[in-house]
Design a protein around this ligand. Structure first.
Ligand code: BEZ
Length: 211
């Protein structure tokens, strides 16, 4: 059955170019971005894996570990990583799961036969330190992902987990937030000393509380 937001994601042990990985042990107390891609030695994936590597300081700032997956072997991953490093001017040092037996692909429903026969689709999962699924997006094979958007969602999740706010359309870290509907405007004014603007009784904004 497909995973739903809020579900505890399944644990697994699978090979990677860095050796076997037990997912829960490897993830520890970090947030995780798990992303699948159709196949090694493909152009869009090459650019994506390079970008995820170049963004390493951004992941680290947010306590995020990244892990990729395709249904190719660890040996294949090793050869391809040399190409990614060369062409994308980076060093891929995060694991790429070698899911040749499709064990993880089945657990996470990464094969969509009507889209790509026997290959993993371009899915991305954000998993929190409690191993709960917080976001899942699936892209067509021909469209590379925007990992700045994944970072933006992580900023939103990490903020809204600790403050009674939500983040509006196109929000970026540092911008005004909206007060969640469960809080009255009176309580919001007490809770958010930087101020609350009431545009409508259900639409209240406040400066980002943790900035
Ligand atoms: C790619 O990663 O470039 C790709 C993979 C499968 C289909 C189309 C593009």
């Amino acid at each position: 059955m497909a995973l739903l937001l809020g579900d505890t994601v399944p644990d697994f042990t699978q090979d990677s170019q860095l050796g076997p990985i037990n997912f829960y042990d490897w993830a520890g107390d970090s947030w995780v971005v798990l992303f699948s891609h159709p196949a090694d030695y493909t152009p869009v994936c090459t650019t994506e894996l390079g970008e995820v590597s170049r963004l390493r300081p951004e992941w680290e700032k947010r306590n995020v570990k990244t892990i990729a997956l395709s249904v190719d072997t660890a040996e294949s991953h090793k050869g391809w990583i040399n190409d990614i490093n060369e062409t994308q001017c980076t060093i891929v040092d995060y694991p790429i799961l070698a899911d040749a037996d499709k064990k993880v692909s089945d657990l996470y429903t990464l094969i969509h036969p009507n889209a790509l026969n026997n290959l993993t689709v371009r899915s991305v999962f954000i998993i929190d330190p409690n191993k709960k699924l917080r976001l899942q997006i699936t892209y067509p094979a021909s469209t590379g992902r925007n990992f700045d958007e994944i970072l933006r969602v992580i900023d939103s999740l990490q903020l809204t987990d600790h403050h009674s706010v939500a983040t509006p359309v196109n929000w970026k870290d540092g911008e005004d937030c909206v007060v969640v509907p469960s809080i009255s405007t009176e309580d919001a004014r007490a809770k958010f000393p930087k101020g609350v603007t009431e545009i409508k009784p259900y639409l209240r904004t406040t400066p980002q509380p943790n900035k």
